[in-house]
Design a protein around this ligand. Structure first.
Ligand code: UDP
Length: 538
């Protein structure tokens, strides 16, 4: 590896002099440790101490300068999982003069992105926690281009899906263990530390039961841009492939099995008049799976990490997630949340086994595969009798593990019935006719005119022009919402209108000041911004 690093030649003398004279320079974004990413010049890492080192000199910069708050609890999260106490980043401080007494630094010439992977053996974690956040962190900082290098500091080996990480940059990612072979003191010429959490949609239940993140900031568009990038890197192109419609059953072969898979496949093929194929991580290469899913009409799978691959499905197609006995689909929604992100344009269907005679349990397996033999008898009995796993925290709840690692004989009639409630005709991609998800601008040139009729009646006429962007858009339905608020009151009267002017006379009083708020609405639920408030006096 040391050869790799010297591909770009560093003027060693100049680099050392810069380090000794300028020290480490850090400028971060983010107000809290959970949303912080830091850019460094001359950040070092001691492979013996396994600690990052910040060298102070007359020119060093540390922004934010938090003092000891840097340890409360940390400077930043190294993984995209929020505030996980095994994933914190910090550094120790030294005067640059101490370099005289330290091992000779080895310089890393590549721009580095230094992060922790969260769980590189689980495909959902790989995509959600690592690949998407790395991809979009790299988009955030222009010098994190394809020539930059990833450094994974969580301490794991390559893991099962290392080839996916390799797609994100042209340089081989380096693992913490490998840094030792490079030298005792490594100094990153330019580096970024931390990962953007802006694309994550799920929290795994460390502090409250798992569920969608409270404030999801990603849409299907960004997920699909990422999928497109991955497909290009994997050399998968759908051009020229004849469009044949088919259903993919993504099966697991080790645990959480579908026991009547052959029967299921026949039934699906018959019901939907489509070829139905099986794929699994054990029997297919990753590229093959992506190629097949990216052209499929429907993806059916047991709940599990492999379902994250639905991010490769074409728009308008269907995800069917199967849940073993006593598992409530509403409590475990990483794949539902993904499929139903705005603009992801997937139909999501959950099916659960409600028949105890169709489940096969494994009480005698090790605890991490759902065994419960280690529990006391009363607890074992309670779990065996329970018909639904209560909500729980991650990650070692034995009742959850027991139930999620059951095998299931699918009641095919009930599954097809559930699918048919959503998929009426043939499943498959649908063309989008309308510019969807585009919001109106403000209405323009809003004006009011008033008139008074006698001592109790008055009229208020309001008119406005269409939002500027409307003339460039094909919108199915354009409506306007007008709120009329008497000045000084907390309440207002709302109206939905189809035209660009209206005369209000109900509840309009003479010699009164009204505030009039107007906004445009596209297709019933795309609410635009209110224009500047109008003051109208009768
Ligand atoms: N896995 C698999 N086949 C199996 C069991 C697991 O391919 O029969 C994969 C699974 O997709 C995931 C990893 O192994 O990427 C870990 O699976 P686990 O059951 O621990 O997690 P889950 O799928 O419940 O997230």
């Amino acid at each position: 590896q040391s050869q790799e690093l010297s591909q770009v030649r560093v003027d060693y003398h100049a680099a050392l002099q810069a380090l000794v004279e300028d020290g480490t320079r850090m400028v971060c974004t983010g107000r809290m440790h959970t949303d912080r990413i830091c850019r460094f010049e001359s950040l070092c890492y001691s492979t013996e101490a396994e600690e990052f080192v910040f060298f102070h000199s007359n020119y060093s910069v540390m922004l934010p300068n938090l003092g000891s708050r840097r340890f409360q609890p940390a400077l930043l999260d190294l993984s995209s999982v929020e505030d996980h106490n095994t994933q914190y980043f910090n550094f120790v401080e030294l005067p640059a003069a101490a370099l005289k007494f330290m091992p000779k630094p080895v310089f890393v010439p590549d721009v580095a992105l230094i992060v922790n992977r969260f769980n590189p053996d689980n495909l959902m974690h790989v995509f959600h926690d690592d690949l998407l956040p790395i991809f979009y962190t790299m988009q955030q900082f222009p010098d994190l281009d394809l020539e930059s290098r990833l450094f994974f500091m969580e301490g794991w080996g390559e893991g099962l899906h290392f080839e996916l990480y390799k797609l994100l940059s042209n340089k081989q990612p380096l693992l913490r263990e490998q840094l030792k072979t490079l030298g005792r003191l490594l100094c990153f010429t330019k580096s970024y530390v931390g990962l953007s959490k802006i694309t994550t949609w799920y929290q795994y239940g460390f502090v409250q039961p798992q569920g969608p993140k409270a404030n999801i900031l990603v849409s299907g568009n960004e997920i699909r841009q990422f999928s497109k990038f991955m497909m290009e890197k994997l050399n998968i192109s759908l051009e020229g492939t004849p469009h044949e419609e088919y259903i993919v059953v993504f099966s697991r072969t080790i645990n959480r099995l579908i026991l009547n898979e052959a029967e299921l496949i026949l039934a699906l093929a018959q019901e939907f008049q489509m070829k139905t194929i099986t794929v699994s991580l054990e029997d297919h290469t990753f590229s093959d799976i992506v190629r097949l899913i990216s052209n499929a009409s429907m993806l059916i799978s047991m709940h599990g990490a492999q379902l994250v691959m639905s991010l490769f499905l074409p728009r308008g197609t269907t995800v069917v997630e199967l849940f073993p006995y006593a598992i409530n689909p509403e409590h475990y929604t990483p794949y539902k949340t993904l499929s139903t992100l705005p603009g992801m344009d997937l139909q999501y269907i959950a099916w659960r086994n409600t028949e105890k005679q169709n489940t096969v349990t494994y009480p005698d397996r090790p605890w991490d595969q759902g065994g419960i033999a280690h529990l006391d008898k009363i607890e074992q009995d309670r779990i065996m009798k329970s018909t639904e796993v209560p909500r729980h925290l991650c990650c070692r709840n034995p009742e959850w593990l027991f139930r999620i690692y059951q095998d299931t004989k699918i009641n095919i009639a009930s599954l097809i019935q559930v699918i048919r409630q959503t998929v009426k005709s043939k499943p498959g991609p649908k063309r989008q006719k309308w510019a969807s998800g585009l919001y109106p601008g403000k209405v323009r040139d809003a004006k009011c005119q008033t008139s008074v009729q006698g001592t109790t009646e008055a009229k208020l006429s309001v008119s406005w022009q269409i939002p500027w962007n409307l003339k460039y858009l094909k919108v199915r339905e354009v409506k306007y919402e007008v709120w009329i608020q008497e000045q000084g009151e907390n309440t207002y009267m709302p109206y939905i209108l189809s035209h660009q002017n209206h005369t209000f006379s109900d509840n309009i009083k003479p010699f009164t000041n009204y505030l009039v708020w107007i906004r445009c609405i596209f297709n019933k639920n795309l609410l635009g911004p209110f224009a500047d408030v109008l003051l109208c006096s009768t």
